[in-house]
Every structure is written in structure tokens, then in C-alpha cells.
Write a protein that binds this ligand. Structure first.
Ligand SMILES: Cc1ncc(C[n+]2csc(CCOP(=O)(O)OP(=O)(O)O)c2C)c(N)n1
Ligand code: SF4
Length: 343
């Protein structure tokens, strides 16, 4: 979390204090409304003055987010919110910087910037609203759309292999990886709080329903009839139980296997350790094997690591340079070495 001094006279803020006077213009029923609400609910609990928040977005439906926040923000350019936020964090490390992006924005045109931000580990929150479609440009397939997806731009079905966002960023040495859902406000609030308190880049993939162009893409994980059979809510130090405790997951070497709890003991189960990179790799990819359709999709904080963040290292390096070489003089520097006068 950004190191900010909370002044004694800072008034207690509420979710309403973070809602701007702008009319929210997402389609009625869009999952973005819930995400906005959960972010506004969580911010007052962080004890950070409102003027210390900055929301940076790229381009897409989700990118309208900064307008709706009563905080500083910038609606920037397609795929570049991560780069702009990195620059902001370098110059203003005291700010709590939140990046709002979509699956198209962060993982197509912006993939490179996303990965560079993550490997450098700036202390920011990166929220990727994954609706598996391009919403703003009216329903083209995205880098997370499933194979065979029929859209206006893939009339015979997509032949692209989709990204698994959590696995992708884990490969770039992300220090905080989590997955949550727009339709589970409590879970999303918990994940957002954890993300805010993590020092380093917090990557949060949020399943978001685009009810206009990809309605129901994640209903199997959000609707109460199937939610607990198809999803597993992982917690650090807790056994991997799902389907209301009727099923569990054990590890056979590195292979996750579903076990019936009427026949298995809880002691045999995989205990979630969010600091274990090997298990995090298994966990983030757990739903990819087409032959293992009984494995549930994991939600929660999947991986956390400690690694210095870029802005701290940069500050230290500047201090070291000043200690070794003195404060420096820009005019002297410009006039040093060979100089020419152009007539
Ligand atoms: C340089 C550039 N290329 C392409 C576009 C067109 N464009 C605008 S939004 C978008 C995709 C947005 O999809 P996603 O990030 O999934 O966001 P959503 O609208 O679904 O929230 C594209 C391709 C653009 N605005 N700028
Ligand atoms: S097009 Fe989809 S993502 Fe965009 S505002 Fe409408 S419902 Fe939301």
C-alpha cells in the first residue's frame, strides 16, 4: 500500500465520498456497476486521504471508471494505462495508484506494457475486467475469448488460443495474483482490500458480465445453482474443499485430483499456500486440461510474493548516486565534454 501519512484531522470517508457527480453510462445490467461499487466501498477502509488516490484507465467500457470516482484520474490511451501509471508512480510514489483495464486493453494492444509493469513490480493495483469480449467496439472476440467463439469478427468461430490472464502474469513474476467476480461483492471486496495492502503490483482478474455482447460468459461461476460446484474459493492455509464440503482436491505429485469427501480425509487434501510458486502455477492453470472437466475454477488470492518495488529501488539508486558523486549540477553537465557552437 502506498506509504501516505494519514493526517489526524482526516474525516472518516464513506463509499459516497468516492462517487463523482457524473452520470454512470454503462449499459443497464453491466457488471462494471458492481465493480465500481465494491471499489468505492473498500477505499474508505484504507485510511488514505481522497486526494492521494489516482485512477488510470486505457480505452474500453471499463476505462470510463475514473470519471465515476471522486478522486484524481486519467482516461488515457488504448493499452497504455499501465505505462502511464508506472510513470506517475515513479514521480509520485506517495499516491495510491489504481489501473483500470479490460481484457482487450490489457492483454491485446497493452500486453507488453502490462508485463513490463508487473516484472518491475511498481506498487500499484491493476484491475483487469475480463468479459472475454471487446465491449466498447461492439463485440469482437478478445484475447481471452474461448476457442470457437463466434463474434462479428470471428463468424466461423475463433481459432485463437486464449490467454489465461493469471497464468500469464505469474510467468512475468507477478507478486500478487488474484481472481474474483463482479457478482460476488463480498469476495471482490476482500480481494480488493488484500490487493491494496500488498506492496508491489497487485494483479486482480475480475470476471465481468457484458450483458450486451457476451451475456452469461461466467454465469456457471456466479449463479447459486452451479457456483460452488464449478468454482473453488481458496484461502491461505485452508484445505481445498468445494461443493459445500462434499468434494476436495488432492495433489498426486503435481496433478490435482478431485476426491469425494465421503471417501477421503481432509488430511489428504491440498492445503492452499499462497506463497508457493509451484502450486500457484498448478492452481492458475487448473481449469485448462480438457480431459479434467471435474476440476473447479479457483477464486481468491492465488499467489503472493515479496519483492522490492521499482520506485523504492529507483529512489535508493538516486540517493546512492548523490552520496557517491555529490548533488550534481545540470548546467555544468550540459556544458561538460565536447561542445560545439552552431553558427
Ligand atoms: C489504438 C487503438 N486501437 C484500437 C482502438 C479500438 N478499441 C477501443 S476499445 C477496444 C477494445 C476494448 O476491449 P476491452 O479492453 O475488453 O474493454 P471493454 O470495452 O470490454 O470493457 C478497441 C479495440 C482504439 N481505441 N485505439
Ligand atoms: S457493452 Fe458490455 S461492457 Fe460495455 S457497458 Fe455495455 S454491458 Fe458493459
Amino acid at each position: 500500500m502506498a506509504e501516505v501519512s494519514t493526517l489526524n484531522h482526516t474525516p472518516t470517508l464513506t463509499a459516497k465520498d468516492f462517487a463523482s457527480d457524473q452520470e454512470v453510462r454503462w449499459c443497464p445490467g453491466c457488471g462494471d456497476y458492481s465493480i465500481l461499487k465494491q471499489v468505492q466501498t473498500v477505499l474508505p477502509e484504507l485510511g488514505i486521504p481522497r486526494e492521494k488516490f489516482a485512477f488510470i484507465s486505457g480505452i474500453g467500457c471499463s476505462s470510463r471508471f475514473p470519471y465515476y470516482m471522486e478522486a484524481y484520474g486519467l482516461h488515457s490511451i488504448h493499452g497504455r494505462a499501465t505505462a502511464i501509471a508506472a510513470g506517475l508512480k515513479m514521480i509520485r510514489p506517495d499516491l495510491s495508484v489504481w489501473i483500470i483495464s479490460g481484457d482487450g486493453d490489457a492483454l491485446s494492444i497493452g500486453t507488453n506494457h502490462t508485463l513490463q509493469l508487473i516484472r518491475r513490480n511498481f506498487d500499484v493495483q491493476l484491475l483487469v475486467f475480463n468479459n472475454q469480449i471487446y465491449g466498447l467496439t461492439k463485440g469482437q472476440y478478445s484475447p481471452t475469448s474461448e476457442e470457437g467463439k463466434v463474434t462479428k469478427s470471428t463468424p466461423m468461430g475463433s481459432i485463437d488460443h486464449p490467454f489465461n490472464p493469471c497464468a500469464l502474469v505469474l510467468g512475468a513474476d507477478a507478486t500478487f495474483v488474484a481472481r474474483s467476480l463482479d457478482r460476488d461483492p463480498k469476495h471482490l471486496q476482500m480481494v480488493l482490500k488484500r490487493a491494496a495492502h500488498h506492496r508491489g503490483t497487485s494483479f486482480v482478474e475480475i470476471y465481468q458480465n457484458c450483458n450486451i455482447f457476451n451475456d452469461g460468459a461466467f454465469f456457471v461461476f456466479t449463479e447459486k445453482e452451479t457456483k460452488f460446484q464449478k468454482g473453488i474459493y481458496v484461502e491461505h492455509g485452508k484445505p481445498m474443499l468445494f461443493d459445500n464440503g462434499k468434494k476436495g482436491i488432492k495433489l498426486d505429485g503435481t496433478k490435482p485430483i478431485v476426491v469425494d469427501m465421503s471417501e477421503a480425509s481432509v488430511n489428504d487434501l491440498w492445503i492452499h499456500d499462497e506463497t508457493d510458486i509451484i502450486k500457484a502455477n498448478i492452481l492458475t492453470r487448473m481449469f485448462e486440461d480438457p480431459d479434467k472437466t471435474d476440476l473447479p475454477r479457483p477464486f481468491g488470492v492465488l499467489y503472493v510474493a515479496n519483492r522490492p518495488c521499482y520506485e523504492d529501488l529507483m529512489k535508493q539508486q538516486i540517493q546512492d548516486a548523490i552520496e557517491q558523486k555529490g548533488k550534481g549540477d545540470i548546467t555544468k553537465l550540459i556544458n561538460s565534454g565536447d561542445t560545439w557552437v552552431i553558427a
